[in-house]
Write a protein that binds this ligand. Sequence first.
Ligand SMILES: [Zn+2]
Length: 56
Amino acid sequence: MRENQKIKCVNCDKEFDVTLDTKPFCSKRCSYIDLNNWLGEKYSIHINEDDYEKDV
Ligand SMILES: [Zn+2]
């Protein structure tokens, strides 16, 4: 059984230890970056189309 297996971060391609609980990211920073990327896109589209028209 290998204990120091490495996998690649899905955000920055950096190799990191598979035992980290931040996987599939090398760090919490990368997981937040990835989350913000797709959350940010969804919310900005939603806000632009919905709230701006109803704005008083
Ligand atoms: Zn990373």
